[in-house]
Design a protein around this ligand. Sequence first.
Ligand code: F6P
Length: 477
Amino acid sequence: MPTKQKPKTIIVSNRLPVRIIKEDGKLAFTPSEGGLATGLGSIYKQGENIWLGWPGAVLNTKAEESQTKKELSEQNMAPVFLTDEDIELYYEGFSNETLWPNFHYFNQFSEFKHEYWEAYKKVNQKFADQIIKNANPKDTIWIHDYQLLLLPALVRKERPDISIGFFLHIPFPSYESFRLLPWRRELLLGMLGADFLGFHTYDDTRHFLSSVSRLAGVGNEHGHINYNNRQIVADALPMGIDYDKYAQTAAEPETLEREVRYRTSIGEGKLILCIDRLDYSKGIPQRLKAFEKLLERYPEYKGKVSMLMVVVPSRDQVGKYKELKEEIDLLVGRINGRYSQLSWTPIHYFYRSFPLHALSAFYRMAHVCLVSPMRDGMNLVCKEFIASKLDKKGVLVLSEMAGASKELSDALLINPNNREQMVEAIREALEMDEKEQIQRMKVMQSTLKRYNIYNWVDLFMNRLSVVKTEQKALTTK
Ligand code: F6P
């Protein structure tokens, strides 16, 4: 065990902020442009710090593995290699067919399979082994998300005094949903290995605390949990975006040039923009049906208002995602078939991802951004839309079920199950006068500018260090 080095920070997540793509037997390393990767860049790229996680491809030979280790270590990353079986049972299985639906209140989709659970335990242990190989007792470990709920306790077992932070990027469900999981207690005890646990919203935090108290029998005082003689803190810390990056990109010549090009192709009508990963939690069919209703109820919008819908492929090996893709294809086909004119298409639908400048041009062009998840931990698309609106014109229609709605109360808030309300909110957004648009946008921009991703990272690290210091003070009393 290495001991005498300067304390370092180890970031841990299921995926690394880089993806390996195998092309003609060669490995290509593509960096991820995600917000989390940008924000955490200020940590893991410093000194001896590292980010540990899966590099996004199953590697078959020792030569591939050692090339990967070498390339990644030059970027302060270390791989955790997963097998095809790990991907099937731990990632697609327990993470995305058991936990994901349960945490998003889609319990009818949850699979409770023993072999998924066994694989989840095994892969969390694999991550723990890697951390333990790398970690000194004075290091700080920051673990991310639902794929690694057991990891804090696995690390704590081997490094009793180490600092461990955990952040959950998806909702923590109410006790009534969480208690349906056969392994609920083990999952909670896994999380309680951390010193500080962060959630996007106050509601997520209180759901967690309620489950800890009712299922693990451990109470709390204002988010302070005393467990195994350790003071643990749970609190809400909503994640922000790299605001300046989105604002700057929206002013760049490449974005402006794309905007002109896209506008020339699709005409001057008003645009409703929707951008999501393919996921049933995003409420895509519900929103398509609301748009269809809008055209039916307000025929004056025909030829004048279109939806620009980007669906980014995701988890396409999981059955429910495949079914959803088919449902969306059918709905878009039906609506376009019913309303299209030679000179106007109601829904411009793209099933792929776009580069940053294209997204930025879409944000600029949109009159309305419609973000209508059935449930979402935070939702960063709505924040990116706001940061990209340099002239402050445009309206956000936002689901109350997205964590972001707690910060963005100047959006038009909707319940995505209420189709009537969604239709009328879209209409209100399309008709809103510019003065009101600007007023609302101003407030939301100032919130997001301040609570950006860098601020979030700093707050998290500070909270963790304060919790650790208080813990030490308590034990030396
Ligand atoms: O929202 C949770 C999350 O894990 C994000 O961190 C991630 O960007 C997204 O879901 C997609 O996850 P993946 O492709 O790794 O399943």
